[in-house]
Ligand binder design. Structure first.
Ligand code: ZN
Length: 205
C-alpha cells in the first residue's frame, strides 16, 4: 500500500481531476459519487461530529472495493478550530481504526496536538520498531514547523509531506523514504513544489 502512495506525485490535494495526485474527499461527496482518480476519504477535524462520523462510516462501506480509494484522511486533531476535542478525538480514532483494518495509509492534519497525535498512533497502530515507520504509513501533511519537532515525528515513525510553504532546514533533513509532496489548496504546480524541495536537498549533498 505504501507503494501506491509512493507512485503519486502529490499525496494531498483539494484540486480534482488529476491522475497522479491523491484528492482529499469528504464522505458526503464520496457517497454522492466516487471520484475516478486516486482519492483519500477524509474526516476533517473542522467538520467532525456525530453526523459526519455516521456519514464517514457509510462512505467507508461504499468504497470497500473501490481501487481509487487509496488512503484515509485528511484526519487528525486541530487546537485552533471550534470542534469539541472529544468529537475530534472520536473522528481521528475512527479514521485510524479504518486505516488499520483496510491497511491504507493515513494523511494526517495536525495543528498543535503533536503529543496527542503520536500517542494515538502508538495506541491504535502500535509503536514501530526503532527507525521503522508506522504501518500503515502515516503522513503528516503540510508540515511547516521546525526541525526539532520534525525529528521527533520522524523518530516516532511518521512521514512528512511538504507543500508550497515549508521550513528549508526540514526539507534537507527528512530521509527520502519518509518524504512526500503535496499541493493541498495551493495553485502552484506539484512539479514546481517538488523541484524546489529536491534542489534544496541536492545543495546539501
Ligand atoms: Zn488539505
Amino acid at each position: 500500500m505504501s507503494q501506491t502512495l509512493r507512485t503519486l506525485a502529490d499525496v494531498h490535494t483539494h484540486h480534482a481531476g488529476k491522475t497522479d495526485a491523491l484528492l482529499s474527499v469528504p464522505p458526503e461527496r464520496v457517497l454522492q459519487e466516487h471520484p475516478r482518480t486516486p482519492y483519500s476519504l477524509s474526516l476533517h477535524p473542522w467538520y467532525a461530529g456525530p453526523g459526519q462520523l455516521d456519514c464517514f462510516r457509510k462512505a467507508l462501506e461504499s468504497c470497500l472495493n473501490d481501487p481509487f480509494c487509496q488512503a484515509i484522511g485528511e484526519c487528525g486533531l486541530d487546537n485552533r478550530c471550534n470542534t469539541p476535542f472529544e468529537w475530534q478525538l472520536e473522528a481521528f480514532r475512527s479514521s485510524l481504526i479504518a486505516a488499520r483494518e483496510r491497511n491504507k495509509p493515513v494523511i494526517i492534519h495536525c495543528v498543535g496536538y503533536w503529543d496527542e497525535t503520536v500517542r494515538l498512533l502508538d495506541e491504535l497502530l502500535g509503536k514501530p520498531a526503532d527507525g521503522q515507520p508506522y504501518e500503515p504509513l502515516c503522513v503528516i501533511h503540510g508540515y511547516r514547523k521546525g526541525p526539532q519537532l520534525a525529528l521527533r515525528l520522524l523518530s516516532a515513525g511518521c512521514c512528512l509531506s511538504l507543500g508550497e510553504k515549508f521550513n528549508p532546514e526540514v526539507a534537507r533533513l527528512v530521509p527520502d523514504d519518509r518524504l512526500f509532496f503535496e499541493t493541498d489548496e495551493s495553485q502552484e504546480d506539484i512539479w514546481n513544489i517538488r523541484k524546489k524541495i529536491v534542489n534544496l536537498r541536492a545543495e546539501n549533498r
